[in-house]
Design a protein around this ligand. Structure first.
Ligand SMILES: *[C@@H]1O[C@H](CO)[C@@H](O)[C@H](O)[C@H]1NC(C)=O
Ligand SMILES: *[C@@H]1O[C@H](CO)[C@@H](O)[C@H](O)[C@H]1NC(C)=O
Ligand SMILES: *[C@@H]1O[C@H](CO)[C@@H](O)[C@H](O)[C@H]1NC(C)=O
Ligand SMILES: *[C@@H]1O[C@H](CO)[C@@H](O)[C@H](O)[C@H]1NC(C)=O
Length: 766
């Protein structure tokens, strides 16, 4: 530290790795964001909770949020600037139950009104919420009369409703009874008789949980418009041994009016198919992600073919994991046009139906195009009968490229929500995913084609904590107009910007390596990229993230901005004890690569994880030090073929005899550690101070004093770090390192092989 670059860090003991406590890192991140004004949080009302139902109105510049007993209207510019609340407590208060109304449905009804439904203390109710034509109208008022909310909102606040209001009619997947057993897909409101799925028929729906409803046109003819529902449900017995849950996509025709003789006021065009999201397992059995959590439709130029992004988790209690899979409408339609699932054979198994399918094919929307049936009421009986007994398709829908685009296992959180933004960059369009977790964090991930669109690389751009306490993100909306993301949880509502280019630093190389499509180096710093503004100084390379082609002429600039400072220090360890060499690169995606060198002139060799050396995300742990471990340790950050040395440590291992010696000498003498056959340690006044600290620790090996000592050392170190920047000495050293860095780049240019080698060694983080 300071000019001398030597530090004794004994905070790291094998059993007392409290300095790297993960939860404290999380809290820090949150505090940092709150301070930096990037995150705006509405902490909720003391008498409310469950801020789970969102309705984004970009035109009026408002976010309407349904919660417990309240509906809020937030200003999209800044949710904490002004908000209006409106009470929707329940009209009936049965004495034996807590009277709370959890808002489950918020749908735009007309220009001036929103349709709102809630659980109403196990007695669902709906009403109209007047919001005015513009935000300035300052209207936010519930109509006094309430309607029956059965088939619109569940009774139980724990259950979900997926709903969509189209042409004055509400499509809702929900449970319609007090016990939460009668699940159905309803169409209510409007001028037609309500219509629903067949009741108590597990072939149609088997204890489903609805997650999304969307209208997707099938052709240019509105008669063919279809409603798609996304849900998860129990697998039907015998369908798949040992698998409890299936993710589903269901389809309905918008113009379905039910049957005439049978399926009266029931859907006649309902079909469902399984959505598969799995990865091959080592034992030949695929690991399935079946617990569908959320779905996002990314529009494309063709309104008939949005890309479907879906978030899944595993059902297993042992194996905790999450995945994102992408589906195409072409694949979905192919499955709905394929064989129906049919039970047959001695074991009553599911097989593809091979018999004659009646005409018009069940699932086809009535209209002029097919067979001249204007309404489902005119369908032949055999079509309705077949539809009733064959609601499921035999083939499942596989994801694009047959595998997830993101898999996350061995982490202590799971995915809950997803939204995707299409971002225009210098070298093309990119889909940036914002993924919410059950720990109150957001992952920002971009998928970049490696060679073709069939080979995507996922790059984690940022990981942010958006609520003060770990809590599941349950609602998410993205406003392209405001370039903001809005998040809901049990605790409140948060708002964060889609991009914070300044966090990537001022250097061209760092901005380029970040590969954030929202950001580009603008000649002086990393800032928001605007596709329209053509500026020559602008540098961006999302596809390759190659600073060599983008920034090599800017080495001078980067140097002046003091990026990538190499730390050079001496660490003392005691024989037979353990030591930790801390090295965590600034970039989220960089991987560390450790080398050892006995002395400056010796050959460098790679340190692999083995019994004695444990490589962690934060650094290198050496379990039992011996004299032969003395030497130079180099920590390199490797990212996208760009290698940078971030830490150089001279490790000196002191044997117990010498330690005894040192302890009995006076302080000054103690500072001048005699170096034997190891590389000489640099000495400075600062070093003496640190050495004394070290000795005081060894002298008092009680564990609680280790804690206190850590605190002190860390505080002092932070102070030193601030002063450090001003030292001229430092600048000189830094320049040397920069040269080293650029030499690496040039080496890399010489052979792409090495780059491939490095990437192979490095497992991807997402
Ligand atoms: C909850 O508290 C707010 C103010 O803190 C108040 O305006 C509102 O009426 C309360 N709601 C209920 C349901 O009591
Ligand atoms: C949002 O509004 C709050 C309260 O008025 C204010 O303290 C905060 O600075 C604003 N944040 C932003 C990003 O505008
Ligand atoms: C919207 O619907 C509400 C509730 O039915 C009605 O009172 C209002 O007049 C309608 N507004 C418009 C502009 O149609
Ligand atoms: C270190 O451990 C080894 C093996 O356990 C032992 O032989 C040696 O005496 C120890 N050295 C010191 C200095 O305690």
């Amino acid at each position: 530290i300071g000019g001398g670059h030597s530090v004794v860090r004994l905070c790291w003991r094998e059993q007392t790795a409290h300095c790297a406590d993960r939860s404290s890192t999380f809290r820090l991140a949150s505090a940092e964001m709150l301070e930096s004004n990037n995150l705006v949080t509405f902490e909720g009302l003391p008498n409310s909770s469950a801020y789970h139902t969102f309705l984004l109105d970009e035109e009026k510049g408002r976010l309407v949020v349904g919660a417990k007993d309240h509906i809020f209207s937030f200003n999209l510019l800044n949710i904490s600037k002004d908000f209006t609340q409106c009470l929707m407590s329940c009209p009936f208060s049965p004495p034996q139950r807590e009277c709370s109304n959890f808002i489950k449905v918020l749908q735009p009804f007309n220009q001036t009104h929103i349709y709102a439904c809630g659980t109403g203390a196990f007695h669902p109710v709906c009403s109209y919420l007047e919001v005015g034509k513009k935000l300035e109208d300052n209207v936010f008022r519930l109509e006094p009369h309430v309607e029956n909310g059965r088939g619109k909102s569940p009774y139980d606040p724990k259950l979900l409703t997926a709903s969509m209001l189209i042409d004055g009619e509400l499509y809702a997947g929900t449970s319609a009874d007090f016990m939460g057993r009668d699940f159905a897909i309803f169409r209510t409101l409007g001028k037609h008789h309500p219509i629903r799925t067949e009741q108590h028929d597990s072939r149609w729906l088997n204890d489903p949980r609805f997650l999304g409803v969307h209208l997707i046109p099938e052709s240019d003819n509105p008669e063919d418009d279809k409603i798609y529902l996304f849900f998860r449900e129990n697998a039907i017995d015998g369908e798949h041994a040992g698998k409890a849950t299936h993710a589903r996509i269901g389809q309905l025709c918008k113009n379905d009016m039910g049957g005439h003789r049978s399926l009266v006021n029931k859907w006649t065009t309902f079909l469902k198919a399984r959505l598969v999201c799995s990865v091959p397992g080592g034992n030949g059995i695929d690991t399935h992600f079946d617990e569908l959590q959320d779905v996002f439709l990314m529009s494309t130029k063709d309104p008939k073919s949005p890309i479907i992004y879906a978030v899944f988790t595993t059902s297993s209690n042992i194996f905790k994991g999450s995945a994102v899979c992408m589906y195409s409408m072409t694949d979905i339609r192919r499955v709905f046009l394929g064989p129906y699932a049919h039970r047959d054979g001695p074991n009553y198994q599911w097989v593809p139906f091979q018999g004659r399918v009646p005409y018009p094919r069940p699932g086809t929307c009535p209209g002029k195009t097919f067979g001249g049936f204007d309404t489902t009421k005119d369908l032949p009986d055999e079509v309705v009968t077949f539809a009733r007994s064959h609601p499921a398709m035999f083939n499942p829908v596989y994801p694009i490229n047959n595998r997830p685009i993101i898999v996350k296992t061995d982490v202590d959180y799971q995915f809950t929500q997803i939204v995707v933004d299409k971002v225009e960059a210098e070298d093309g369009q990119y889909d940036v995913m914002f993924i919410g977790t059950d720990m109150g964090t957001i992952l920002k991930v971009v998928s970049i084609p490696r060679g073709s669109w069939h080979d995507l690389e996922e790059v984690l751009l940022e990981e942010m904590t958006v609520f003060r306490e770990p809590t599941a993100i349950t609602a998410m909306e993205l406003s392209t107009k405001q370039q903001q993301l809005y998040l809901g949880s049990d605790m409140g509502v948060s708002q964060m910007p889609l991009h914070r280019c300044e966090v990537y630093g001022k250097a061209c190389a760092e901005c380029c390596l970040a590969r954030d499509p929202y950001c580009a180096w603008d000649g002086t710093e990393c800032s928001r990229y605007f596709p329209m503004a053509k500026r020559r100084t602008r540098r961006q390379d999302i596809r390759n993230g190659d600073p060599l082609t983008q920034c090599s002429d800017l080495q001078q600039h980067d140097e002046l901005n003091g990026q990538a400072t190499l730390q050079d220090k001496t660490v003392y360890g005691v024989e037979n004890s353990s030591t930790f060499l801390e090295c965590s690169p600034k970039s989220q995606r960089a991987l560390t690569y450790w080398q050892y060198q006995r002395s400056t002139d010796d050959r460098k060799q790679e340190i692999k994880s083995e019994d004695r050396f444990i490589r962690t995300e934060q650094g290198l742990l050496i379990r039992t030090l011996s004299q032969k471990d003395s030497g130079i340790y180099l920590c390199h950050a490797v990212e996208h073929g760009f290698m940078q040395t971030v830490l150089k440590v001279n490790l000196e291992v002191i044997d117990t005899e010498r330690l005894e010696d040192l302890l009995h000498r006076d302080e000054n003498a103690a500072a001048g550690i005699p170096s034997q056959d190891v590389s000489p340690a640099r000495e400075s006044p600062n070093q003496k101070l640190w050495y004394r600290d070290f000795l005081s620790l060894v002298n008092h090996p009680t564990l609680n004093s280790v804690d206190e000592f850590c605190e002190q050392v860390w505080k002092r170190e932070r102070k030193h770090r601030k002063q450090k920047a001003q030292l001229v000495q430092q600048v000189q050293l830094h320049q040397q390192q920069q040269q080293q860095k650029w030499k690496h780049l040039q080496e890399r240019q010489k052979g792409r092989n090495r780059r491939t080698h490095e990437l192979e060694r490095a497992p991807r983080s997402v």
